[in-house]
Structure formats: structure tokens, C-alpha cells
Design a binder for this molecule. Sequence first.
Ligand code: AP5
Ligand code: ZN
Length: 213
Amino acid sequence: KRLILIGPPGSGKGTQSPIIKDEYCLCHLATGDMLRAAVAAQTPLGVKAKEAMDRGDLVSDDLVVGIIDEAMKKPSCQKGFILDGFPRTVIQAEKLDEMLGKQGAKIDKVLNFAIDDSILEERITGRWIHPSSGRSYHIKFAPPKVPCVDDVTGEPLIQRKDDSAEVLKSRLESFHRQTKPVIDYYGKKGVVAALHAEKSPKDVTSEVQKVLS
Ligand code: AP5
Ligand code: ZN
């Protein structure tokens, strides 16, 4: 299966991805996670991306298209993939279609994590992540077994630099202006399924399973 997860910041893309990935043996390609790793490692890519990310703006189409083009070649992605956070502009979507077209492939489903903006601030400001695995927790909705510590590795959890209420406003603005049109782009192709992303994580998983079965 070739899937795209689209939704605003905090809508649950990163929470559902590992579950879907294991169930269908897909690879999980999250441009945000890849960019954060590049920023942490101070690679040339990370240096270019950092400022835009800190402001809550999108990084350039060329940068992210390059990362995805490279990542999709991994052997683990040959059975299919989950794109989490990509494409986020219509240009990125067109480039993706082009890349897939060359292999005679196409997107099977776009999961639209539909949710009201008002719910997102609490989700975003309460999030804690384990940077190396990308696992995320929430102080209220999904607390770790031991406060501030990853359940699996025992390593410390951190908060994302862009997870402030202030930066969230720009991220939401980018979502409505640049990413919403991507939903319409795939809507015209008839591959979009809307989810009730305000429900509990378990209920959202059930909706995803229904759509994909
Ligand atoms: P990215 O990392 O993609 O961030 P985002 O889209 O803002 O999405 P989030 O990761 O914040 O939300 P999520 O939906 O994954 O939420 P989660 O499941 O963790 O991008 C970051 C930046 O990188 C961008 O701003 C941009 O600069 C750059 N970038 C990335 N891709 C790009 C691209 N293609 N083009 C250009 N620039 C790009 O959940 C959030 C919290 O809520 C967690 O604490 C979780 O435990 C909790 N939670 C989850 N589900 C539920 C639920 N159902 N009920 C209650 N709580 C829940
Ligand atoms: Zn995410």
C-alpha cells in the first residue's frame, strides 16, 4: 500500500503511523522527523532547514522532494510506504506523482486527519518525544510510564522547539494556506478518506483499519 497522511500539527499522524506501519509492513517516511534528525546532526540540509522550521514555516519544496526521492528507494519501502507530513504543497504532490509514475505506481489512499483547530494547542504543548525513535507521548493523553522518560529505552524525553503555542499559530497558518489544497488535489482523484481525528487514539486506529480493509 502507498499511503499519505495529511492533517494539521497535532492531528495524530505520528501517533497512528507506527501502528499502520506494523500492521501492513510498510515503511514510515516522516519528513519532519528526517528534517529534525538533519538539524540535530547539523548536516548541510539541516542547516538550510532549521530557520524555517523554528518559525513554523515550510522548508523549500526542493529540499523535501530530494529527501523523499532518496528515502523511497530504501528496500524497506518497496512493499509500500506511509508518507507522514509529505506532500504539503501542491508542487510537492505533483513531484511525487511524477516520481511514482516513473515506476508505474500511484497513491492508493490519502488519510485526511480532519480536526478542529481549537483542540490542537493542548495536544501540541503537552507533547514529549523520544528524539531518536520519534515516539511521542502526551502529559495528559498518553503519559510515559515514568515521567519524562521513554518507555522502551529509558532515555530522556524532550519537547520540540516548534511546539510552543506561538509557533503553532504559524504552523496552522501554513497548513490552511499551503496544505489544504493538497487534500483537494487528491480529492479530485477520488482517493481521500476523512477520519474523525478528534476521537481517542484507539478510535482513530479503528477508523483507519476500516478505510484500509
Ligand atoms: P512535522 O514534524 O511534520 O510536524 P506537523 O505536521 O506540524 O505535525 P506534528 O508532528 O506536530 O503532528 P502529528 O499529527 O504527527 O501529531 P502527533 O501524532 O505527534 O513538521 C515539522 C516542520 O518540518 C514543519 O513545520 C516544516 O517546517 C518542516 N516540514 C516537514 N515536512 C515538510 C514538507 N513536506 N514540506 C516543507 N516543510 C516540511 O500527536 C500530537 C500529540 O497529541 C502527541 O502528544 C500525542 O500523544 C497526542 N495525540 C495524538 N493523537 C491523539 C488523540 N487521538 N487524542 C488525544 N491525544 C492525541
Ligand atoms: Zn508528526
